[in-house]
Design a protein around this ligand. Structure first.
Ligand SMILES: [Zn+2]
Ligand SMILES: [Zn+2]
Length: 274
């Protein structure tokens, strides 16, 4: 199926990462359903590209037969909040995000415009066309609990991983080392349309065209590397695990400036002026 058809029909590709985590790809971005299909609470992490609400609701209904406890957003970029409004209304559930991400989710602020000059391919070149305006989720948007817990997921903790956006968070379950990293790290070269279509697996830093703070992004990747996760599920690309993950994550943390920061770019220049 080509990309156009996928968008029109809103078909999702799914990946069973563990028995209690299903990752769904909405064209170019993943959302995760976390929780046991056999009972108890489950949580939706991110909401994907717009027009996929029907597929997400149907997949959830088939898998759980009940709505989630809540929705957690790793951050508020358009491709992660595309169905947020519709899903929260249809399920009648709250949405949680980091306090620093709230202005982009309650209509108070917009993200910087996507930077086409970072290079790397077509997805980056058309970045100024991507929506960058904040959305307004009204009184359903809440701040994640200060103590790192996540409503509905007692085994999980959220970890601040800013840089790609001010209030970006990742989710981590220590017991089996599963990391849901949003866009703090991703497993596909998101700047390149060809790599995105093929979903070529390779660990990368955050999508460059939307990352305004590279110092914070570097610190976030280093923080994730110290966790030594066994499985990483990312906002873009397929999941990565084992030696492939540990080797490439340690390398990315060590050599972040060379591997992740573009040679030039609007937000790179700004950084280096400081
Ligand atoms: Zn993003
Ligand atoms: Zn993204």
């Amino acid at each position: 199926m080509n990309e156009h058809n996928m968008l029109k029909t809103g078909a999702v590709k799914t990946e069973d990462v563990t028995s209690d985590i299903l990752s769904l790809r909405t064209a170019i971005v993943n959302v995760q359903m976390v929780g046991s299909p056999s009972g108890g609470d489950w949580v939706l992490v991110d909401t994907g590209l717009g027009m996929f609400a029907d597929s997400i609701v149907k997949t959830a209904h088939d898998r759980f037969g009940r709505p989630p406890k809540c929705i957690v957003l790793t951050h508020g970029h358009f491709d992660h909040v595309g169905n947020a409004k519709e899903l929260m209304e249809r399920w009648n559930v709250p949405i949680y995000a980091h306090s620093l991400e709230l202005p982009y989710l309650n209509g108070k602020a917009d993200y910087p415009v996507g930077d086409p000059s970072v290079g790397g391919g077509l997805m980056a070149r058309v970045a100024p066309m991507y929506p960058h305006k904040g959305i307004d989720l009204g009184d359903r948007i809440h701040v994640l609990p200060e103590d790192g817990t996540i409503p509905g997921l007692p085994e999980w903790r959220w970890i601040p991983t800013p840089g790609h956006s001010p209030g970006h968070v990742s989710l981590y379950r220590k017991q089996d080392g599963v990391l849901i990293a949003g866009d703090a790290i991703i497993t596909v070269k998101q700047e390149s349309a060809l790599a995105v279509i093929a979903q070529e697996k390779e660990l990368h830093g955050p999508p460059a065209y939307f990352t305004p703070d590279w110092d914070a992004a570097r610190e976030s990747v280093r923080r994730l590397a110290t966790l030594r996760p066994r499985i990483a599920i990312t906002g873009h690309g397929v999941s990565m695990s084992g030696d492939e993950l540990s080797d490439s994550l340690q390398r990315l943390a060590r050599d972040f400036d060379r591997l992740a920061i573009p040679d030039q770019g609007r937000y790179v220049e700004k950084e280096r002026d400081h």
